[in-house]
Structure formats: C-alpha cells, structure tokens
Design a protein around this ligand. Sequence first.
Ligand SMILES: [Zn+2]
Length: 99
Amino acid sequence: MKELLDKLFHGKMTYKNVDAVALILLATGFVAALVILTIRGDNTNGAIEILIMLVFAAVGIWLRYLYWRCPHCEQTLPWRVLKSQMQHCPGCGHRIDWR
Ligand SMILES: [Zn+2]
C-alpha cells in the first residue's frame, strides 16, 4: 500500500511533511462538513457531516501512521512528539534530519 502511495505522491510524502498533510486533511474535512451543513440547512441531524469529518480524520491518521517513521530504521516515531522536540530516533538513536 505504501508503495502505491509513494507512486501517487511521487515520493514527496515523507516523515517531514506528513504532519502538515494530516493537518490539512483534518481542516479540509472540517470545512467540507461546515459547507455541507450550511447547504443542507436545519433539517439534518449532522450524521453525514460527522461521517465526512471522520473519513478525513481517518485518512489523515492513517497517512501519519504510514509515514511517521524513522528514515533510518523505519520504526514508528512517538505519536505525541512534535518534530521540533525530537532530534534523534528513540528506536535506533539515529539523528533525524528535519530540513
Ligand atoms: Zn530509527
């Protein structure tokens, strides 16, 4: 699956930018839900809007799961750690280049 995605993104999706992409997906899902809510008006229970937000969020989380890995040992990096706080991979100790 990752091979397919790498082809789709031309290898441009990496641990360096997956956080930004996931965030954009979350924001897009939120905006899309708001737009649909506005279009549909008051006679809705919000189920479709919530579903759309969940789908976008799930894709974002899934991409982070796939790409939030050490470039050296491929081990998943700690989820709650921001990149600015992590200079070395906790798994193999390899220095992580964020530039
Ligand atoms: Zn590592």
